[in-house]
Design a protein around this ligand. Structure first.
Ligand code: ADP
Ligand code: MG
Length: 890
């Protein structure tokens, strides 16, 4: 029955009894702002606003049941057997769900409280975005994090703890208040815990922000909770943590306790994430570079989505972490690069390694489910196969000469599970079921007693088969059969026409059931054989369950070592995947320099290139060369000319290089970047839905405050979000400040042609443009970055390219000619800029811009005012001018 049909049927049932509503409300109070799944028989029902919200999200019928305060009570429901898929949709839509189960049978309720007694119900679990372990509810290739923010009064820093309970990874970091957004953007938690007394929420918001009691954010309580969670006397063994860090971690532990209502959770000992060894990338930069997801929130179309060739889910998660958090430690980057390099050089080895990794199951998440008590035989088999595979892999890898140092260090981490793998291999059948209830997953030969029980059951079934032949002989009924079903168990079945013979009292058969065509009987020897089979079966299932528990225990007790091995496998997968992608796309190994340079030849934008390749177009590679003496490139040129692409590709090359990957270029050399900034002018950034000039300026201010000489900044059309004069003035002063004060490497794209005059005063600034040509009246964008300023903006040609009607474009040409003529006369837009006091004290006289005489001559012609003879003169003059310009190469 569909959810819709069922709720409709239910609405005709008796009106809700008051005791039920009372029970409902007391559970709802505990559920707080979570939707309450209220178990009624085979359904979870939702009432009131919960029902409305769920019906809207799930697109199921909203009905009603009884009345409350004179109003019908809105209701909807989902079948228990398919609840998971509904849960997944609710969670994805941003809800949290409390599951209230029946904790006694109706019979027990009657025995307890009489015939009218209500079945007792309790919330057994909360299902929330950050605390999922179910395979069906998780996206395998992304991490799923729960984060908590805490600040302890005396400390200036804010601590952020983050846990992925599907893999047990638990990290903590303490940052300055202004870095909270950047850290949260890196972690991208799906659920964020803050104290209910916290005043300011971070600007960066998780899909869900959950306020929890302040007591759960105290460092004292947190300490105790963590000590008991990890069963240690003191946390000192894991490192020295600040009180804020302990409070944040404690809040996570408390919340897990709350949502699991006491069940086990899987957390590895916390690791302190050191922001110091990492490139600082703030939230706006992360968003605009689309490192691990696009602005629209998809993985597809991001840098990660484009280059991800990992073959395991854990590898995919690690690659996302790597790209989200590039390194700044030269040694660590070189270690990664050496490994990728070795794998890039040896295609055969790489292929073998990837094939071996591809065959391995996601042991990390299987372990997570086992620790959480939601694991089963299939999870143990996944551990067996993954760890067994890891052991073989280590043996094969260890035989290679010249292991890259990182690999040599990683290999031992794959070892040490021999006893567990052997045990699991002996204990489990090849592919055990997910669910343990029916048994049948423990292998023959593992437990003699279990084998004996199975033997007994088998013998019993053989005896039953033999009985069938004997009964046929005895009764002479050839169509007599022994059958089995859930209600009668084993029984004798004969067609109705033969039933009489068996009905006779001396026949040895007892009548059980008469159906349309057949009649069913029991017999004492059959009953005996059948109960031997059943009993042996029950005992066998129990014996298997005991083994399952012991094996789970054995695996769980080694959880930290297993998780460490999973990390090693993921690292190998990432290195091999990066090598594979690099080889098939002609990427190169970047060189790390000690001076703050950025030298790229033949650089490409991997995402744009991939998109172009799909439509058979070629990406035009471009070079960049920044150094201390030439650290700021001002890039001008027509719209759609490739400015934004050029800026971003260089930022992505920096990210890839410091993540330890090869880069999309023919060659690349860079001095390590400590902070990376990317800003896109407000009007170019409509996708963000808050395209205010204010945001743009706040974000730009952050760069001016934070960028160091080791930083790399891309500024794309900054100042564009306001009227021309303001925008130009701001862009001008931002360039000056970046050049004079921050002294970072910077690429600045602008359509303000006037900015090119900055080259006269700022000696580490140089001018570049994306090339374009007009050919037979059409604009051809070459997407080539060249030296010098763009000669003009080609705005009208772009408009024509974009399909603006020819008449409108012609009219615009006339207007433009007037404007430009006016500018020549008055000094134009940039006229007042010479007097700027800030950094412009030495701006030289503007060089005489090469006037376009032909246009000017055209502009001053007023055809209506010309005599025929004058018109002819004018025509000759124009023709002459044209010939001169052609001659000078224009
Ligand atoms: P701008 O910022 O100058 O307006 P974009 O960088 O947004 O231009 O590029 C516009 C389009 O031009 C891109 O979507 C892409 O299709 C194409 N493009 C940009 N750079 C290149 C390139 N180097 N090679 C080929 N096509 C490019
Ligand atoms: Mg652009």
């Amino acid at each position: 029955m569909s959810a819709t049909a069922r709720t409709a049927a239910n609405s005709n049932a008796a009106p809700a009894a008051t005791p039920m509503m009372a029970q409902y409300w007391s559970l709802k109070e505990k559920a707080g702002d979570c939707l309450l799944f209220y178990r009624m028989g085979d359904f979870f029902e939702l009432f009131f606003d919960d029902a409305k919200a769920a019906a809207a999200t799930l697109d199921i019928a909203l009905t009603s049941r009884g009345e409350h305060g004179g109003e019908p009570v809105p209701m909807c429901g989902v079948p228990v057997h398919s609840a998971e898929s509904y849960l997944a949709r609710l969670i994805r839509a941003g809800h949290r769900v409390a599951i209230a189960e029946q904790v006694e049978t109706p019979a027990e309720a009657k025995a307890r409280g009489g015939s009218k007694a209500l079945v007792a119900r309790t919330i057994v679990r909360f299902v929330t975005a950050g605390t999922l372990t179910e395979e069906a509810l998780l996206e395998g290739r992304s991490a799923n994090r729960l984060a908590a923010l805490a600040q302890v009064g005396s400390e200036s820093e804010i601590a952020i703890a983050a846990a992925d309970i599907s893999t047990g990874r638990f990290e903590v970091v303490a940052v300055r208040p202004d870095q909270v957004d950047a850290e949260l953007a890196r972690l991208a938690p799906s659920e964020l815990l803050v104290s209910e007394t916290a005043e300011a929420l971070p600007a960066w918001t998780a899909r869900q922000v959950v306020r929890r009691p302040a007591g759960e954010f105290s460092s004292g309580a947190g300490q105790k909770r963590l000590e008991s969670l990890f069963a240690v006397q003191t946390l000192d063994g894991f490192g020295a943590f600040t009180r804020g860090e302990i409070a944040a971690m404690g809040a996570i532990a408390a919340y897990l306790d709350h949502v699991g209502t006491g069940g086990a959770v899987f957390l590895q000992p916390p690791v302190r994430h050191s922001a110091s060894g990492r490139m600082a990338i703030d939230a706006a930069t992360r968003e605009s570079l689309e490192l691990v997801r696009t602005m629209a929130g998809t993985r597809d179309g991001s840098l990660l989505g484009t280059i991800d060739r990992t073959v395991t889910a854990a590898g995919a998660r690690l690659l996302a972490d790597d790209l989200a958090s590039p390194l700044t430690d030269k040694g660590a980057i070189l270690d990664r690069l050496d490994l990728v390099d070795a794998l890039a050089r040896d295609a055969l080895w790489r292929g073998e390694l990837r094939a071996a990794l591809r065959a391995l199951p996601d042991a990390g998440r299987a372990l997570g489910r086992l620790v959480a008590g939601r694991g089963g035989p299939r999870d143990l088999a996944q551990l067996r196969d993954a760890l067994g595979g890891a052991r073989l892999l280590r043996e094969r890898l260890a035989r290679r000469p010249d292991l890259p140092p990182l690999l040599a260090r990683l290999l031992p981490g794959l070892d040490g599970h021999g006893a567990l793998v052997d045990e699991l291999s002996r204990a489990l059948i090849e592919t055990p079921p997910v669910d343990a209830a029916q048994g049948g997953y423990i292998a023959e030969g593992y437990d003699a007693a279990l084998d004996a029980l199975r033997e007994t059951a088998r013998d019993g079934r053989k005896a039953i088969a033999a009985l069938e032949a004997r009964y046929r002989d005895r009764t002479g009924i050839a169509s007599l059969k022994i059958r089995h079903n859930g209600v009668l168990g084993y029984h004798v079945e004969v067609p109705a026409k033969h039933a009489d013979a068996l009905m006779a009292p001396e026949s040895g058969f007892t009548h059980r059931q008469t159906l349309a065509g057949v009649v069913r009987f029991n017999a004492s020897d059959l009953h005996e054989a059948a109960s031997r089979v059943t009993q042996a079966g029950v005992h066998a299932v129990a014996a298997e369950a005991a083994h399952l528990e012991a094996l789970t225990e054995a695996a769980v007790s080694r959880r930290e070592a297993i998780a460490a091995s999973c990390d090693v496998l993921a690292r190998l997968d990432v290195a091999a995947a990066l090598a594979d992608h690099a080889m098939s796309h002609n990427w190169c190994r970047p060189d790390l320099a000690d001076d703050p340079c950025l030298d790229v030849s033949g650089g490409r934008h991997p995402v744009v290139e991939a998109a172009l390749a799909k439509s058979g177009e070629r990406f035009v590679p471009n070079d960049v060369s920044l150094s201390e003496a030439d650290r700021l490139w001002l890039v001008t040129g027509p719209n759609m000319g490739g400015k934004s692409t050029f800026l971003r590709q260089n930022a992505l090359i920096v990210v890839l290089a410091q993540a330890g990957a090869f880069v999309p270029a023919a060659s690349a050399k860079l001095g390590l970047v400590d902070r990376l900034f990317s800003r896109v002018g407000a009007s170019d950034n409509l996708a963000r839905g808050r395209s205010t000039f204010m945001v743009e300026m706040v974000e730009t201010a952050a760069i001016l405050a934070q960028a160091t000489p080791q930083s790399f900044v891309i500024l794309d059309e900054v100042g564009r979000g306001t009227s021309t004069y303001d925008g130009l003035a701001l862009a001008w002063s931002v360039v000056e400040a970046v050049h004079e004060a921050n002294r970072c490497r910077c690429l600045f794209a602008t359509h303000y042609h006037e900015l090119t005059r900055l080259a006269e005063t700022l000696n580490a600034l140089s001018l570049h443009h994306v090339r374009a040509r007009e050919w037979q009246g059409d604009l051809v964008l070459l997407h080539e970055v060249a030296e010098g300023p763009a000669d003009r903006s080609y705005g009208l040609a772009v408009a024509r390219l974009a399909g603006v009607p020819a008449g409108v474009v012609r009219r615009a040409e006339a207007v433009l000619a007037k404007l430009e003529a006016g500018r020549e006369a008055t000094g134009g837009l940039a006229a007042g800029l010479d007097d700027l006091p800030l950094f412009a004290a030495t701006i030289a006289e503007a060089p005489a811009a090469k006037p376009d005489a032909l246009r000017e001559a055209l502009a001053v012609i007023d055809p209506d005012a010309l005599a025929p003879r004058e018109a002819l003169d004018a025509l000759y003059r124009l023709k002459q001018l044209w010939a001169e310009q052609e001659g000078s190469g224009r």
